[in-house]
Ligand binder design. Structure first.
Ligand code: HEC
Length: 267
C-alpha cells in the first residue's frame, strides 16, 4: 500500500519548521536484536541476470560500503522460508498464504552489521519503506517470494484497482499490531510492493538526515513530529540521498512550506 498519508501533518510541520538546523545530540538508542541464528549466506552476483533478481546494497558483509549486488529468486528460495496466512494485509482482499525470507534472516545472511542494520526496501517508483530494528523486532516483516504458493507472475494485482503487478517482491507480516500511537499517527504496517532493492543501512545515518536540530530539538512536539516523519513522510520525501523520492518534493521544500504556511499543516 503506498497511499498518501498526511493525517499527522501538524506535528510533522513543527519538525520541519523548527527542527532543521545544527546538533546531532539526539540519536535514538537502538533496540537489540536477539542473538544471531545461523543463516546460510545467499549467493551474490555482480550483475543483474534477470528482472526478477533482487538488488541489494548499503553495507553488505565482506564488501566495501555502497556496492550493489544481485541475488536471483532461485537463490533466495534456498534460504530458510517462513510461511503464514495473513488476514490483515491491505494488499490482499482476503486471507492469503504468503511465504518468503524474514528480513531478520536476510540481514543476518547479507548485512555487514547484522545486529545493527536497518533494512530499507526501495520500490520501482522510488518509494522507500524503512525497517528500523525496533520495528523488525516487534513485527517480523517478511520478504515475500510466494503468494498462495505462486511466483509473482500469478500474484493478485494491486488492491487499489490500478491493475499493477505487485512483484517482483513485496513485504508483509504474519500479523500486525501497532506498537505506538503519536497523535493521529498509529504505528503503520510497512507493506510495499514492487520492491526491487533492499539496503542494509545504519539507522542513525539514514534518520540522521532529518534529525531535529537546534534549539527546538528537545521539545516534545518536535520529537513527536520526528517520529511521525520517520515512519510516514520520509517514505516519499527525501533529504538529499536519504528517504524516498516518490513525491518529487524534497525535505527542504516541505520545510520552506512549513515555515511560510504553518496553517497548511494544521490538518
Ligand atoms: C506515499 C507517498 C507520500 C507520503 C508518505 C507523504 N507524501 Fe507528501 N507528497 C507526496 C506527493 C506525491 C506529493 C506531490 C503532490 C502533487 O504534486 O500534487 C506530496 C506533496 C506534499 C506537500 C506539498 C504540497 C502539496 O500539496 O503538493 C507537502 C507539504 C507534503 N507532501 C507533506 C507531507 C508530510 C508532512 C508527510 C508526512 C506526514 C507526507 N507529505 C507524506 C507523497 C507523499
Amino acid at each position: 500500500m503506498r497511499r498518501l498519508c498526511i493525517g499527522s501533518l501538524a506535528a510533522a510541520g513543527l519538525l520541519l519548521a523548527g527542527g532543521m538546523a545544527l546538533d546531532y545530540a539526539n540519536q535514538r538508542d537502538a533496540t537489540a536484536i536477539p542473538a544471531a541464528r545461523s543463516v546460510p549466506i545467499a549467493k551474490l552476483q555482480a550483475a543483474r541476470q534477470s528482472s526478477s533478481d533482487l538488488e541489494v546494497g548499503g553495507e553488505l558483509a565482506g564488501l566495501p560500503p555502497g556496492v550493489t549486488r544481485y541475488i536471483t529468486r532461485e537463490d533466495l528460495l534456498t534460504l530458510p522460508q517462513a510461511t503464514y496466512t495473513v488476514s490483515d494485509d491491505s494488499n490482499f482482499t482476503g486471507p492469503t498464504k504468503i511465504s518468503g525470507v524474514p528480513l531478520e534472516d536476510l540481514a543476518r545472511s547479507l548485512g555487514a552489521a547484522p545486529q545493527a542494520a536497518m533494512v530499507v526496501a526501495i520500490c520501482d517508483d522510488k518509494y522507500r519503506a524503512n525497517y528500523p530494528r525496533e520495528y523488525v523486532a516487534a513485527h517480523h516483516p517478511l520478504l515475500v517470494l510466494a503468494v498462495n504458493g505462486q511466483p509473482p507472475s500469478s500474484w493478485p494485482k494491486d488492491s487499489e484497482g490500478h491493475g499493477y503487478d505487485m512483484g517482483p517482491y513485496m513485504i508483509s507480516h504474519p500479523i500486525f499490531k501497532p506498537s505506538f500511537k503519536i497523535f493521529s499517527h498509529a504505528d503503520e504496517p510497512q507493506v510495499p510492493w514492487g520492491v526491487v532493492r533492499i539496503e542494509f543501512r545504519n539507522e542513525n545515518t539514514v534518520f540522521g538526515a532529518i534529525l531535529p536540530r537546534a534549539r527546538h530539538a528537545a521539545t516534545p512536539l518536535v520529537k513527536a513530529g520526528y517520529r511521525i516523519a520517520q515512519q510516514n513522510c520520509f517514505r516519499c520525501h527525501n533529504m538529499g540521498r536519504e528517504g524516498g523520492q516518490k513525491s518529487g518534493t524534497p525535505w527542504l521544500v516541505l520545510s520552506a512550506w512549513a515555515m511560510a504556511s504553518p496553517e497548511y499543516f494544521g490538518a
